[in-house]
Design a protein. Structure first.
Lengths: 325, 108
C-alpha cells in the first residue's frame, strides 16, 4: 500500500516540478511550489516521519509561500525572457540527474533492516532513549540531546539567515507612514468575512502552536514546527488587521530580541550545564535526577528553538512588508 | 453491527471520493473562474464532510474521532472563507462573471 501511495504522490510531485519549471507566471510558480511542499509532506508522513512532515507542511507549504508572495509583490509577476543559451544548463542538469538516478541503484530497499541507516547509531538511540531521557518521541530526544550540537547549529543557521535577509532588505531604512490609509496599513479590515473568521481562528492557531511546542516530547512536533505555526498566526493577524497593527503588537525591535534571545537561551542552557560541572549541552546535571535534567533541558532548548524561529520568520515577513511601504 | 458500520463507512468514503472526483472534473471543465470555484467547492464541502465522516466511523469512539471532528470544523470554517476571499479578490482584479460579459469579449 505504501508503494502505491508513494508512487502516486511522487508522480504528482514530478508533474508539479515540471509545471514549476515550465510556467512563466511567477505567481503560479509560487502556488505550485506550495503544492509541491504539501506533496512532499504527505510522502514524509507516508514514511512515518511525522516530525519532518509537520515541518515541511508548516514551513514549506505555509510560511515560505507567504514569504515568496511578499517577495513577488516587490517585483514583476511574469518571468523575464532570458537571453542566455539554454543548452549548457540542460546538459548539466541531465547529467546530474542521471548520476543521481544511477546512485539510487546502490540504495538499500525501503524498510530494509540491513540498511546502514538502521545499523549505525539508530539502534543505540532507540535502545537508550527510555533509559537516559525517558520520553516517547525518540526524534525529539535525538534532536534535543543526543544531537544537541547539530540542533544548536541549525538554530544559528536560522538566526544567520534572518540577519542576512534583514541586511539585504535594509531593516529600519524605510521611514514609516503610520497614519495613511494604505492597503498595507488597513489589511483586510473592510472585508467582513475573512476578518471575522480569521479573528476567530487566530487564538486556536496560537494554542495549536503552543501544543506542538510543548507536546514535542510525546508526539510529533517541537520548536521548529511550533515557531512556524506561531509565526503563521501572527502573519494572519498582519494580513487581517494591517501590517502596522501587527507591528504594534510585536514591534520589530522585539522580534530581533526574540531572534537573538532564543539562540542565547539555547547556548545558555549549554553553558549552564558546564557551570554545573557537566559538558556543554549535557542536561543531566540540570537537576538532581539525570533523567529529569534531560527532560528539563530539552524543554528549555526547544523553547529557545521556537522563539528564534518565530522571531526570524516574523522579522523577515515585516522586512518584506517594509520594502513595500 | 461491525459489518453495518463498515458498510456505512465505506459507502460514505466512496461517495466522498465521488464528490471530490466530480469537483475535480468541474474545476477543469467549467468555463470561467467563478463557476470553476463553484465546482471546486464541492470538494472541500461535501467531499470533506463525507470522507471525514467515513473515517470517523472507522476510528470509532476514540481521541482520533475528536481530532477528526476538529479538522472538519476547521475545514468548514476556512474553506468557504478562502473561497469568499478568492472570489472578491478576483472581482477586485476585474474578472467579470461569464453572465456579465458582453459577447464581443468572447471566451477568455
Amino acid at each position: 500500500m505504501t508503494e502505491i501511495f508513494g508512487t502516486f504522490l511522487l508522480s504528482l510531485l514530478v508533474i508539479t516540478a515540471v509545471a514549476i519549471v515550465r510556467t512563466k507566471n511567477l505567481f503560479v510558480a509560487v502556488m505550485l511550489m506550495s503544492i509541491a511542499s504539501l506533496l512532499i509532506a504527505a510522502v514524509f508522513f507516508l514514511l512515518d516521519a511525522a516530525d519532518v512532515a509537520l515541518t515541511e507542511a508548516a514551513v514549506g507549504a505555509g510560511i515560505s509561500t507567504v514569504l515568496f508572495l511578499g517577495a513577488l509583490a516587490l517585483t514583476f509577476e511574469r518571468e523575464r525572457p532570458s537571453a542566455t543559451k539554454r543548452a549548457l544548463p540542460v546538459i548539466v542538469t541531465v547529467i546530474a540527474a542521471l548520476v543521481v538516478i544511477y546512485a539510487t541503484f546502490d540504495k538499500p530497499r525501503l524498510g530494509d533492516p540491513e540498511a546502514p541507516v538502521h545499523r549505525h547509531v539508530a539502534p543505540w538511540y532507540l535502545e537508550k532513549t527510555p533509559e537516559y531521557v525517558d520520553i516517547p518521541n525518540v526524534v525529539t530526544a535525538v534532536l534535543g540531546t543526543f544531537r544537541g550540537y547539530d540542533t544548536l547549529g541549525e538554530v544559528f543557521v536560522v538566526f544567520t539567515a534572518g540577519i542576512g535577509v534583514l541586511f539585504l532588505l535594509g531593516y529600519g531604512r524605510v521611514t514609516r507612514s503610520a497614519d495613511e490609509e494604505t492597503e498595507i496599513n488597513v489589511g483586510l479590515r473592510h472585508h467582513l468575512i475573512p476578518r471575522t473568521v480569521g479573528r476567530l481562528l487566530i487564538p486556536f492557531i496560537l494554542l495549536f502552536g503552543l501544543y506542538v511546542q510543548f507536546h514535542g516530547e510525546y508526539g510529533p512536533g517541537g520548536g521548529f514546527q511550533a515557531g512556524a505555526i506561531i509565526a503563521a498566526s501572527m502573519i494572519l493577524y498582519a494580513l487581517l488587521e494591517g501590517e502596522r497593527h501587527a507591528l504594534d503588537v510585536l514591534p520589530q525591535r522585539l522580534l530581533l530580541g526574540l531572534m537573538a534571545g532564543g539562540a542565547i537561551l539555547y547556548t545558555g542552557v549549554g553553558i549552564l550545564g558546564m557551570l554545573l560541572g557537566g559538558n556543554f549541552l549535557d542536561y543531566s546535571v540540570l537537576s538532581d535526577n539525570p533523567v529529569a535534567g534531560q527532560q528539563l533541558g530539552i524543554i528549555l532548548i526547544e523553547a529557545g528553538v521556537g522563539i528564534t524561529v518565530t522571531g526570524t520568520l516574523l522579522a523577515i515577513f515585516h522586512a518584506f512588508a517594509a520594502r513595500e511601504r | 453491527m461491525d459489518l453495518f458500520i463498515d458498510v456505512l463507512s465505506w459507502t460514505l468514503l466512496t461517495l466522498g471520493g465521488l464528490a471530490v472526483l466530480v469537483g475535480g472534473i468541474g474545476a477543469l471543465r467549467m468555463p470561467d473562474l467563478y463557476t470553476r470555484m463553484h465546482a471546486a467547492s464541492v470538494t472541500d464541502s461535501l467531499g470533506a464532510i463525507l470522507v471525514i465522516a467515513g473515517i470517523m466511523l472507522q476510528a470509532g469512539l476514540s481521541l482520533a474521532t475528536i481530532k477528526l471532528a476538529a479538522i472538519l470544523l476547521f475545514l468548514l470554517l476556512t474553506s468557504p472563507t478562502s473561497s469568499n476571499a478568492l472570489a472578491s479578490a478576483a472581482l477586485l482584479a476585474g474578472t467579470k462573471p461569464l453572465s456579465e460579459r458582453s459577447d464581443a469579449e468572447g471566451e477568455s
